[in-house]
Design a protein around this ligand. Structure first.
Ligand code: PGA
Length: 257
């Protein structure tokens, strides 16, 4: 059974008291308390300083939510002032990390070489990678788009498929309110699925969820979840308000995935 994920990426937003109140509302939400199939997972990625308190709060409330970091260092430990290692986020309760988000690629100039180092560390620690990929602009030809995705998928080939979640996030749709059309998401996720088949073999690749991210909200989530190759969503802005994310959880659970 394919695993499906709805994951909130808080980015560099919310303070301790806001996150505590958010998790407390979430853990009491009737939507989350409803019995849901085991293959539907709901998670969120707060900033580093709040991972541990989120872990403690989730343990206390027994809320069935996955905790992720938004990034990890490319080094495993040592003299790297200001960095946070995968082992440290694991120690704080995260089961994995977002890797290669387009904001990290574009603002912090993360290269494929950097991403390979991060992926190898997660592999070694048996942690999940939510690997983001996608194009920067909306005007690429199909051929260039396919070539780019092939290149972005290639670096995953040695990563255990059972620890991998892929998130298709066109950069032009992130935080812009300009979501990609379902036909476009379908086309790109078909390319991604083919490249995953090539990298892992079709049997292993069949279990790797592909999420969509980029201006997901309560208006467009259901049509995105209807698409053949899409197994969930990575949500930024629309996850920051508890009520909005709670509606997304309801749509996700009711989608009969
Ligand atoms: P957005 O962000 O939903 O605000 O577009 C998505 C993301 O960056 O993961």
């Amino acid at each position: 059974m394919m695993h499906h994920h709805l994951i909130a990426n808080f980015k560099m937003n919310l303070l301790d008291s806001e996150i505590r109140s958010y998790i407390s509302k979430l853990s009491q939400s009737s939507v989350l308390r409803k019995k849901r199939p085991d293959h539907l997972h709901i998670g969120f990625a707060p900033s580093f300083p709040y991972l541990q308190s989120c872990r403690d709060q989730l343990t206390h409330t027994l809320a069935p939510l996955d905790l992720y970091a938004q990034n990890i260092s490319e080094a495993s430990q040592g003299a790297h002032t200001g960095e946070v290692s995968a082992q440290q986020i694991l120690d704080c309760g995260a089961r994995g990390s977002i890797i290669g988000h387009s904001e990290r690629r574009s603002i912090y100039h993360e290269t494929p070489e950097t991403l390979v180092k991060k992926i190898n560390i997660l592999k070694h620690l048996k942690m999940r990678a939510i690997y983001c990929l996608g194009e920067e602009t909306s005007d690429l030809s199909d051929r260039d788009l396919d070539y780019l995705l092939k290149d972005q998928v290639k670096i995953l080939k040695d990563f255990p498929p059972t620890q991998l979640i892929v998130a298709y996030e066109p950069q032009w749709a992130i935080g812009t309110g300009r979501d990609a059309a379902p036909q476009h998401i379908h086309k790109v996720s078909t390319y991604i699925r083919q490249h995953l088949d090539t990298a892992f073999g079709s049997v292993e690749a069949a279990g790797i969820p592909i999420l969509y991210g980029g201006s997901v909200n309560a208006r467009n989530l259901s049509s995105i979840l209807d698409l053949d190759h899409i197994s969930g969503a990575l949500v930024g802005s629309a996850s920051l308000e508890f009520d909005h994310f709670n509606t997304l959880i309801e749509l996700f659970i009711d989608a009969n995935l």
